[in-house]
Design a protein around this ligand. Structure first.
Ligand code: AMP
Ligand code: GLY
Length: 416
C-alpha cells in the first residue's frame, strides 16, 4: 500500500487527491498545505508549497512512495530536482524543464527552432528598443508578454500605441514585475482551448480536450481571472485536428525538450488557438491547468497511482483510458474577484449538490466552512451531452448557499 504527498492547495490539487483516493493501491494521502475540501480525503500538512527543505524532510520522515507537484511556483522552486536527488519518485518537471512555462522567451525560441506553430515574435530587455519596434510595426492589437512567472497578469493586449507604451513601462521600467524581458508578438484570433498530456521524455499520453473561461462575467466580458469554469469535450475541434495538434505540437515539444537536455516528467499544458491559419500555440504551462484539471481528471479511468508513478519513474504505459462523458465545472468566486474581495463568509448546504465539489479556496473556522480565496469552489456535473451537463450543474448550484459568492451562468456557451 502506497503513501503519496501532493503539493499545492487549490482545486487542481483537490482533483488530484480525489482521483488518488479512488485508487485501491493508495493507503494514505498527504497534502501540503491543502485546503478544507482536501482535508476530507488527505492529511493536510502546514508546509508552504515552495518550502523545499521542509517538504523533503516531511517526505523522508513519513516514507512517502510518490510526490506529486501541483503549482508552477513549487516546480520553479526546484521541488522535483531536490526530491529526485533524494531518490523519491516525483511527478513534476525539473526546474530546467519548467522554463517551458516560466520563460516566455525560452518557449518561443524552442517553438521556432523545432517548427511548432505559434505567433511571430520579437523579444526585448530595453524599453526604448521595445517601444521603437512597436511604433515601427504600428499594428494593433499587439500582444505584450512579460517574460517570467507573473501569476496570469503578465499579458497585455494593447489596442493602441498609448496602451502598449504603458504596458512596456510597467514591464520594463516599473516596480510591478522586477527586471525582465518582454516578448512582443502577433495578435491571433480564434477559439482557445486547452490540450494537456502526461509526458515522460518522448512518451506523450494525451488527456481529453477542455476549454477554460478566463473573463469574469457572462458573455466573456470583464477582466481576466484565473478561470471561471471549464468543460469537456469540445465540439469545435475534430478528431483529426486533435491528432494533428498531438503530433505537431505536444509530441514535438516533448521530443525537443529531450533534445535540449530538459526532458519533461509531468504535465505539458498547451494553451492553443484554432486560427483561420491552423492550430497555434498561445502558451505552454508546465503543470495541470486550473480549472481545466477539475473537469478532466475525474474522467481518468486508469488507476491514478499507476499513471502518476509511471510518469514519475519513466515506466512506459500501454495507454491511459478516459471515460467519455460530457463534464462541466463552474467556479464559485468571492464577490469582487478578480479585484479586492473579503474572506471568511460561511458556505452551507454543500452536501446537497449532486455531483462533485472541489475546493479552490476554503478553510474551516469555528467548525464552519468559510471562503478563503478569490476562487472558492468548483462545482462539477456530468451528462450525456454538454447541454444536459449544463442544465444539471446550474440546477444543482442553486442548492449551495453563501452570501459572498457569485458564478458565471454561461459556462460551455462556446459548445452550444
Ligand atoms: P496567457 O497568460 O499567456 O495565458 O495569455 C492570456 C490570454 O491572452 C490568453 O488566454 C489569450 O486570450 C490572450 N493572448 C495571449 N497571446 C495572444 C496572441 N498572440 N494573440 C491573441 N491573444 C493572445
Ligand atoms: N487555465 C489556465 C491555466 O491554468 O493557466
Amino acid at each position: 500500500m502506497k503513501k503519496v504527498l501532493v503539493i499545492g492547495s487549490g482545486g487542481r490539487e483537490h482533483a488530484i487527491v480525489y482521483q488518488l483516493s479512488r485508487s485501491p493501491q493508495v493507503e494514505q494521502i498527504f497534502c501540503a498545505p491543502g485546503n478544507a475540501g482536501i482535508a476530507q480525503l488527505a492529511e493536510c500538512v502546514a508546509i508552504a508549497d515552495t518550502d523545499v527543505e521542509q517538504l523533503l524532510c516531511f517526505a523522508i520522515r513519513r516514507q512517502v512512495d510518490l510526490c506529486i507537484v501541483g503549482p508552477e511556483a513549487a516546480l520553479a522552486a526546484g521541488v522535483t530536482d531536490t526530491f529526485r536527488e533524494a531518490g523519491i519518485p516525483v511527478f513534476g518537471h525539473t526546474k530546467a524543464a519548467t522554463q517551458i512555462e516560466s520563460s516566455k522567451e525560452f518557449a518561443k525560441e524552442l517553438m521556432v527552432r523545432y517548427n511548432v506553430p505559434t505567433a511571430a515574435y520579437r523579444s526585448f530587455a530595453d524599453y526604448n528598443e521595445a517601444i521603437a519596434y512597436v511604433r515601427a510595426r504600428n499594428t494593433y492589437p499587439t500582444v505584450l508578454k512579460y517574460d517570467g512567472l507573473a501569476a496570469g497578469k503578465g499579458v497585455v493586449i494593447a489596442q493602441d500605441e498609448q496602451e502598449a507604451q504603458q504596458a512596456l513601462r510597467d514591464m520594463l521600467i516599473g516596480e510591478a514585475f522586477g527586471k525582465g524581458r518582454v516578448v512582443i508578438e502577433d495578435y491571433l484570433e480564434g477559439p482557445e482551448f486547452s490540450f494537456m498530456a502526461f509526458v515522460n521524455h518522448h512518451h506523450v499520453y494525451p488527456m481529453p480536450l477542455s476549454q477554460d473561461h478566463k473573463r469574469v462575467f457572462d458573455g466573456d466580458k470583464g477582466p481576466n481571472t484565473g478561470g471561471m469554469g471549464a468543460y469537456t469535450p469540445l465540439p469545435f475541434i475534430s478528431a483529426e485536428e486533435e491528432q494533428w495538434a498531438l503530433e505537431n505540437i505536444l509530441q514535438r515539444v516533448a521530443d525537443a525538450m529531450v533534445e535540449e537536455g530538459k526532458p519533461l516528467t509531468g504535465v505539458l499544458y498547451g494553451g492553443l488557438m484554432k486560427t483561420a491559419d491552423g492550430i497555434k500555440v498561445i502558451e505552454f504551462n508546465a503543470r495541470f491547468g486550473d480549472p481545466e484539471t477539475e473537469v478532466v481528471l475525474p474522467l481518468l479511468e486508469t488507476d491514478a497511482y499507476t499513471v502518476f508513478h509511471a510518469i514519475a519513474i519513466g515506466e512506459i504505459l500501454d495507454n491511459i483510458a478516459w471515460r467519455k462523458q460530457a463534464t462541466i465545472g463552474v467556479v464559485m468566486a468571492s464577490c469582487g474577484y478578480p479585484g479586492a474581495y473579503t474572506k471568511g463568509a460561511e458556505i452551507t448546504d454543500l452536501e446537497n449538490f449532486d455531483g462533485l465539489v472541489l475546493h479552490m479556496g476554503t478553510r474551516i473556522e469555528g467548525g464552519k466552512l468559510v471562503t478563503n480565496g478569490g476562487r472558492v469552489l468548483m462545482c462539477i456535473a456530468h451528462g450525456d451531452d454538454i447541454q444536459q451537463a449544463q442544465q444539471k450543474v446550474y440546477t444543482e448550484l442553486e442548492k449551495i448557499h453563501c452570501t459572498n459568492l457569485f458564478y458565471r451562468r454561461d459556462i460551455a456557451h462556446w459548445a452550444l
